[in-house]
Every structure is written in structure tokens, then in C-alpha cells.
Design a protein around this ligand. Structure first.
Ligand SMILES: Cc1cc2nc3c(=O)[nH]c(=O)nc-3n(C[C@H](O)[C@H](O)[C@H](O)COP(=O)(O)OP(=O)(O)OC[C@H]3O[C@@H](n4cnc5c(N)ncnc54)[C@H](O)[C@@H]3O)c2cc1C
Length: 417
């Protein structure tokens, strides 16, 4: 059993999404009986964000199905204050809220996540939709009707999922991105080309290697001009052009911020005592790659919550965060799952597992030691369970492939055509 020390009397969690909610749950389930205060500007119960560009956007899921805490905040005996944190006094251990209120703490957990970047029209004002909150998704969903042409800008997961939802609803969809394939920045060119081909097969008009030179308002839509003169008219414009960590409120606090709140492997922030950061907003020290990393994936936020809660309650027996990254995306009814670090510069084999239901798998190999650094599975959740079990053992690519062939009852893995 870990040594127990006196826990902090009042823990303040700023940000009430998955990272904040899972921290609160872990604190209570580890026996924390002190005061728990959550600062969260959005009304309602804590909700899950991944479905916002999937089941919730199609209308298949209700808001209630997004709820993260069965029984809500009240079941955790947490006081939720509906405001933005506006400033932190790390030495005085208090934060100032947007309404001027000051709240002190014994320990502070920063879980403020990201805000999506917006497109800017020629008139200098923001234009189009983003998908960061449930209200954003509500606003977008109401526009997905009457044959509206949906244009997503950016070649990442949000744009790919928005286009996939649009096509699923029978709407014409276009993706505009400056790279050569989709998801190239996160998964590399080989897997990116495979995903791009899938989008084309489903009728998405892909404008790759395209640079936008102008976005003009056109009624409730927009006319986008591409370098070279091409025009794309959007009834519904969606930005999937990345996000910024919500750290403006930490300015001048002494907390080290550098593309996110910088933490050690135990999720402790630098610059003030008793401050932790986790989830999308944190740039933590990653023990696998021996460098700081910011990871914008759900599982990372949820897993770090366990580490933060443990370290808050057992400071004399701290643990580090060492989970291998994992995330997923749903496109055209297929689950794409990614485990490990899919370094876009690694050697990538795109393979087909032959059998009654052929499966596509991409395996990333790094260095001279044939180490398997990442695996992407397409529509094979069972395979991904095996991959995630094996990944922490740092297998070679040959070991990973043999495990997957065995799982698929001896099916052969061959190069995908
Ligand atoms: C549309 C969408 C689809 C996604 N799909 C996937 C997916 O398929 N797979 C996957 O792995 N990940 C996915 N993600 C990413 C995943 O949802 C995030 O990794 C996860 O939500 C991060 O949780 P978080 O609690 O760290 O931050 P967030 O969920 O961003 O929450 C931050 C919270 O902090 C609050 N906040 C911000 N500033 C302040 C302030 N100053 N004061 C107080 N509160 C503040 C916000 O209101 C918000 O509630 C998706 C994200 C989005 C938006």
C-alpha cells in the first residue's frame, strides 16, 4: 500500500471536461474527503467531446448520452462554479475568476484543454463553424440539411470526421488541405494516402495541396478562392485547422507555459507549489521519447487523471505517467485506431490481413532495431486490444505481426495493394 500523507484540504480543479471529471472521480474513489471545487464556464453536466464530430453530430446521440459522470457532479460532492479562471496567484495559492471572485486552494489541477482555431474571412472577422463544444456541434448540426454543400478546411481528424458525417447524411462534402493527403501530419503520407482514398471512394471532393487565398462571405455561406484561381462555394464551412491550449489565464502567474502547461512526468507544473496539469492543455515529460509532449487524445486525459489523483493524495509515493498513446477516429462507419507514436518519418508498412474479413493494418518501424513504434488498425477493435497489450513490451515489428496473425487464426499479413 502506498504511504498516505495528509491530503490537501481543498482541491481546485479548473476545467470540468474529461480530465477534470476523471480527476474528481479518482480523488473521491481513492478516499479524498476534503473540499472539491470545479471551475467550469459551460452550463450543465460534464460531457464527452469525441462524439461531437461523430454520433452527436449526426443526431444519433442525445446530449444525455454524452454525460461523463453517472449521477453528475453532485454525486462527487463537488461544488461547481460557473466562471472562467482569469488569473492565478501561484504564491498566494488563489485564482481570480472572470467575475472578480477570488478562490483559494491547497492544491490546484489545471485541466483547461484546447480551443479550436477559427477561419477568418476577408473582412477580418471569424467565419464558419468549429467543433469544440456541444453548442458548436448543435449549431453545425442544424445546418446539415437540404443538400447543403459542406466544406471542411484542414486535413486532420475533425475535418475528416465532419466530411464523413456530411456524406453519411447524403450531403456533398469537400475537404481543402494544403498537404498532399489527409492526416499526413499525424499519421504520415502512406496511411494518409490510404485514408484519403477512402474519402474519395465515399464521394468526398478532396482538394489537397491547396492554398486558400481568400474567404468571402456569401449569404450564410462562403466563397473560397484557392491559389491558382479555383473557387469552392460552401453552404456550410467547418474549420479543422488545429487548436490552442487554454493558458492565457496563466500569464504572469509564474507557471511555465510553452505550447501548453509544462509538467514533469508526474504531471506537476513548474513555477508554483501544489499545481498539476493534465489532458490536452499539458505538455508533459514523456518517458518513452524522453521529451516534452502535448497529446490531444481522450485516453491520455483520462489516464493522467489517475496519476494526478494518486500524486495529490500520496505525495510521498508518487507515480509517473507512462502510458503509450492511443486514440481513435470514426470515419464512414469504420473505426480507425492508433497506438504508439506514429512518427510520420518512420518506415510504414500498409498490410492486409487476409481472411474471410480482410483487415487493413499499418505498422510503423523505427531505427535499426526493427522496433515497432506504432500500429494503426482499420475496423479491427479486437486486433487493437492485442496491439495495446503488446505495445508496452516494446516489441519488434516481426513480433507484433506474428501476434496479430495468431489472433486472426493464422491469417497471413501481406502488403496492401
Ligand atoms: C470534436 C472532437 C472530437 C474528438 N474526437 C476524438 C477521438 O475520436 N478520439 C480521441 O482520442 N480524442 C478525440 N478528441 C479529443 C478529446 O476529446 C480530448 O483529448 C479531451 O476532451 C481532452 O480533455 P480535457 O479535459 O483535457 O480538455 P477539454 O475536453 O478541452 O476540456 C477543457 C475544459 O476546460 C474548460 N475551460 C477552458 N478554459 C477555462 C478557464 N479559463 N477556466 C475554467 N474552465 C476553462 C472548458 O470549458 C472545457 O470544459 C476530440 C475532440 C473534439 C473537440
Amino acid at each position: 500500500m502506498p504511504a498516505t500523507t495528509v491530503p490537501p484540504g481543498r482541491i481546485l480543479i479548473v476545467g470540468g471536461s474529461i480530465a477534470g471529471a476523471r480527476t474528481a472521480q479518482a480523488l473521491r474513489s481513492e478516499g479524498f474527503t476534503g473540499e472539491l471545487i470545479v471551475i467550469e464556464p459551460e452550463a450543465g453536466e460534464a460531457y464527452d467531446r469525441p462524439p461531437l464530430s461523430k454520433e452527436y453530430l449526426t443526431g444519433a446521440w442525445s446530449r444525455a448520452q454524452l454525460n461523463l459522470i453517472p449521477g453528475g457532479w453532485a454525486s462527487l460532492d463537488a461544488t461547481v462554479v460557473r466562471a472562467h479562471a482569469a488569473a492565478l496567484d501561484g504564491q498566494g495559492r488563489q485564482i481570480r475568476l472572470s467575475d472578480g471572485q477570488l478562490i483559494g486552494y491547497d492544491a490546484l489541477v489545471i485541466a483547461t484543454g484546447l480551443s479550436p482555431r477559427r477561419l477568418v474571412a476577408d473582412d477580418g472577422e471569424p467565419i464558419g463553424h468549429v467543433i469544440g463544444t456541444a453548442s458548436d456541434a448543435d449549431a453545425l448540426r442544424h445546418q446539415l440539411r437540404d443538400g447543403a454543400h459542406v466544406v471542411a478546411v484542414g486535413g486532420g481528424f475533425i475535418a475528416a470526421e465532419a466530411a464523413s458525417v456530411a456524406r453519411g447524411l447524403g450531403l456533398p462534402a469537400t475537404i481543402i488541405d494544403r498537404r498532399a493527403t489527409l492526416l499526413e501530419g499525424s499519421l504520415g503520407a502512406v496511411v494518409g494516402a490510404h485514408i484519403a482514398a477512402n474519402h474519395r471512394n465515399h464521394g468526398v471532393d478532396l482538394r489537397t495541396q491547396a492554398r486558400i487565398t481568400s474567404i468571402a462571405r456569401d449569404g450564410s455561406g462562403a466563397v473560397i478562392t484557392l491559389e491558382g484561381g479555383g473557387l469552392v462555394r460552401a453552404d456550410v464551412l467547418v474549420a479543422g485547422i488545429g487548436s490552442e491550449p487554454n493558458t492565457a489565464w496563466l500569464q504572469g502567474s509564474g507557471i511555465r507555459v510553452d505550447d501548453g502547461v509544462v509538467t514533469d512526468a508526474r504531471c506537476r507544473a513548474f513555477g508554483a507549489a501544489g499545481v498539476y496539469a493534465l489532458g490536452d492543455v499539458a505538455r508533459f515529460y514523456d518517458v518513452h521519447s524522453a521529451k516534452p509532449r502535448r497529446v490531444g487524445h481522450w485516453t491520455n486525459a483520462a489516464d493522467q487523471a489517475t496519476v494526478v489523483a494518486h500524486n495529490l493524495l500520496h505525495p510521498q509515493d508518487p507515480i509517473g505517467y507512462r502510458e503509450a498513446p492511443y486514440f481513435w477516429s470514426d470515419q464512414f462507419r469504420e473505426k480507425i485506431q492508433v497506438a504508439g507514436h506514429p512518427d510520420p518519418d518512420a518506415h510504414v508498412d500498409l498490410l492486409t490481413l487476409e481472411g474471410p474479413t480482410p483487415r487493413r493494418i499499418a505498422v510503423y518501424t523505427h531505427g535499426d532495431d526493427d522496433g515497432c513504434s506504432a500500429v494503426v488498425t482499420f475496423g479491427w477493435p479486437r486486433g487493437m486490444v492485442a496491439v495495446r497489450r503488446l505495445m508496452p513490451l516494446e516489441p519488434t515489428t516481426a513480433e507484433m505481426l506474428s501476434e496479430l496473425e495468431e489472433l486472426a487464426a493464422g491469417a497471413r499479413l501481406v502488403a496492401a495493394r
